[in-house]
Design a protein around this ligand. Structure first.
Ligand code: ADP
Ligand code: MG
Length: 305
């Protein structure tokens, strides 16, 4: 005996992988009736729901695969708190055209200013736009490349890092590279050059990358490729983390020993002193470079300068 119509329909929708329509069929048909849709309009509505559900699933799955360290989006970014960032530039990058073109983004600035937040938020936008994304800490990239190299499987690892349309490498510069690591990192950057986008965050200014990589020549070669089709966003200013602590009253106790020696009106106005001392973006060369922007020539000037 043939199966009843609802069962047959459900089986066929399963076979066609139209599970969104299958699971909501009664509700969708009721809705079509209420809106007095004709057959063609009903079909359009069913297809729209199926596509929306597939998109939702894809985004959910790709977000999991990206391995972001936390959930952040652009709507949660307080641009007013970070006036050195041009919101228009960030919104343009959210359009993800740079990813389709295999371009790069460097987010530079001291700790706590929102580099990782923006990296995750832009990664999320890339996923919504249909791209695959992998987020990885710079230390983990280097460790994985070094391990694969020592096991004779570097090629395999490089191919793996070349796969996602966007590779986000977070926190370059907290640890200096071992001698061989800079070469391995160079191979990774060359592999993706003009093919896959890289978003890199660093607490070190470009002028300091020679030190980070332990080899100015390799650092120049890496930067040359990153900056060729690169967008640099340099964030200046104060740590958002400390700002939040200050709001919650913790700031006073955190900074107490040094402040007690300062005049009252100098206390904790905007953290300039403590942040400048923690060093990342300090130094005359770094400061000069931070004001110069993002062209290839400017970096070459810095690396030779
Ligand atoms: P960084 O990577 O520059 O060290 P993070 O992106 O990790 O800093 O930011 C530290 C914390 O402060 C995160 O929880 C982040 O969401 C938050 N944060 C930083 N800047 C902003 C901002 N402008 N608006 C909202 N949250 C921010
Ligand atoms: Mg960070």
């Amino acid at each position: 005996m043939r199966a009843a119509v609802p069962d047959r329909l459900s089986d066929m929708l399963t076979r066609l992988k139209l599970t969104g329509i299958r699971d909501q069929l009664d509700g969708l048909l009721d809705e079509a009736g209420r809106q007095e849709l004709n057959l063609r309009e009903t079909l359009v509505m069913l297809c729209e729901r199926e596509i929306a559900r597939k998109d939702e699933r894809r985004i959910e799955m790709t977000l999991k695969l990206a391995r972001f360290p936390f959930v952040r989006d652009l709507s949660g970014f307080d641009f007013a708190a970070q006036p050195s960032i041009d919101p228009k530039q960030v919104r343009e990058l959210a359009g993800a055209r740079w990813i389709a073109n295999g371009e790069n983004v460097l987010l530079l600035g001291p700790p706590g200013v929102g580099k990782t937040h923006l990296a995750v938020a832009l990664g999320r936008e890339a996923i919504i736009a249909g791209h695959s994304v992998q987020f990885v800490a710079a230390t983990a990239v280097v460790a994985q490349l070094a391990k694969s190299y020592s096991e004779g499987r570097l090629e395999e690892r490089l191919a793996q890092f070349a796969k996602p349309k966007l590779l986000i490498i977070d926190e370059l510069g907290y640890l200096l590279f071992e001698p061989n690591a800079a070469h391995l990192f160079f191979q990774l950057v060359s592999r993706r050059y003009e093919k896959g986008a890289i978003l890199l965050t660093s607490n070190r200014s470009i002028g300091e990358w020679g030190t980070v990589f332990g080899d100015p020549v390799v650092a120049t070669a890496i930067l040359d490729r990153l900056l060729h089709h690169g967008h640099v966003i340099t964030i200046r200013g104060n740590s958002y983390r400390l700002k939040e602590k200050r709001r919650s009253g913790l700031c006073k106790s955190l900074l107490q020993p040094k402040q007690s020696r300062r005049k009252k009106h100098e206390r904790c106005p905007n953290h300039r002193k403590p942040l400048a001392r923690n060093g990342a973006m300090d130094g005359p060369l770094a400061r000069g470079l931070l004001h110069t922007g993002n062209t290839r020539g400017q970096f070459l000037m810095s690396s030779r300068g």
